[in-house]
Design a protein around this ligand. Structure first.
Ligand code: BMA
Length: 312
């Protein structure tokens, strides 16, 4: 249970340098930068960023850092919507919200391909974070927030995603023998009436393996009344069973981060804290990278122990 007297307003601590990356930090003209996914290599932390161009569609750029806090963005974008081949039709309106997962040393990126039929999930891989090879379109339209688990579960790859049914978005799990063909889908986490996540929920961060289970840092949306604030995106947590992640072991009643600062309240889409990845250091510190108001990239931290002990 969160003791609000001790914890203050949010369990996560905002980095004092927030926002960490804004459109001013890009070496090319764009509208906004948000929803970046991190990966740690031997000598650097990379952040694959969603950039929305002035045209209105999104693409990916790469930022590099030595400390995971201060980033420099590469001169040119690293992945643009496909202009030819099978993916082109489905990326006409851009590519969004990348999530990196390393499996057996290979860096995979699940992302949302946006075409005129709606968003669907796509998979690519990279060996240098600069060149990306598309593998497959892995869902039909009406699906977003695809995230691979970092290892096979009972011999199969697994992913979380967020199809929409009856207007409500829930987190589902699917399995695959080869990362291309997916099935055995089951619902895992649904919106909760009356709660902060009563309208939609979606996976946000590559599941983190702990002794207790898979820690999933997800986003929950509450819809306020028409004419008021609109949707509010907050960050929450759940723990899924290690062997059968369709089973929820624990789910927090309360979010761990809610939009409160001006940079989270005001932007192209206000009242949004939307995580796309996290890094767990050897000392147990978790850095969560989140898009703020669809306008900048921010960082919030906590220890893994504290998330598991005080977040529920
Ligand atoms: C979600 C995604 C995110 C975005 C969020 C808030 O549906 O499209 O890219 O950050 O909405 O607008």
């Amino acid at each position: 249970m969160i003791d609000t007297a001790v914890q203050g307003r949010d369990l996560l601590h905002r980095w004092e340098g927030n926002p960490a990356i804004t459109v001013e930090d890009l070496p090319f003209r764009a509208n906004t930068v948000f929803n970046g996914t991190p990966v740690v290599t031997e000598d650097a932390v990379y952040l694959l960023l969603r950039v929305e161009g002035q045209q209105g569609y999104s693409f990916f750029a790469l930022a590099r850092s030595s400390d995971g806090l201060h980033f420099a963005v590469d001169e040119t974008p690293v992945m643009l919507p496909a202009k030819e081949g099978r993916f082109a039709l489905y990326e006409e309106k851009g590519i969004e919200d990348p999530r990196i997962t390393i499996i057996d040393g290979i860096c995979y990126v699940m992302y949302t391909a946006v075409g005129s039929c709606g968003p669907r999930i796509a998979l690519a891989k990279t060996h240098d974070y600069v060149n990306y090879e598309r593998i497959a379109l892995v869902s039909e339209p009406g699906n977003k927030d695809g995230i691979l688990f970092p290892r096979k579960i009972n011999g199969r790859y697994a992913r979380l995603d967020r199809p929409i049914g009856l207007g409500k978005g829930s987190i589902w799990i699917s399995y695959s023998p080869d990362l291309v063909n997916w099935g055995d889908s089951e619902v895992v986490i649904t919106p909760r009436d009356g709660y902060w996540d009563d309208f939609r929920v979606g996976a946000s961060v590559t599941p983190i393996e702990t002794d207790e289970g898979w820690l999933e840092i997800y986003h929950g949306v509450r819809m306020t009344r028409p004419g008021r604030a609109g949707p509010i995106y907050r960050i929450g947590i759940a723990v899924l069973d290690l062997d059968d992640p369709s089973k929820v072991i624990r789910r927090s009643d309360q979010p761990i981060l809610s939009p409160r600062e001006d940079y989270e309240r005001i932007g192209d889409v206000g009242n949004v804290c939307f995580a796309c990845g996290a890094v767990v250091s050897d000392n147990g510190e978790v850095k969560i990278y989140y898009g703020a108001a669809d306008t900048s990239i921010c960082i919030a931290t906590c220890t893994l122990d504290q998330i598991l002990q005080d977040g529920f």
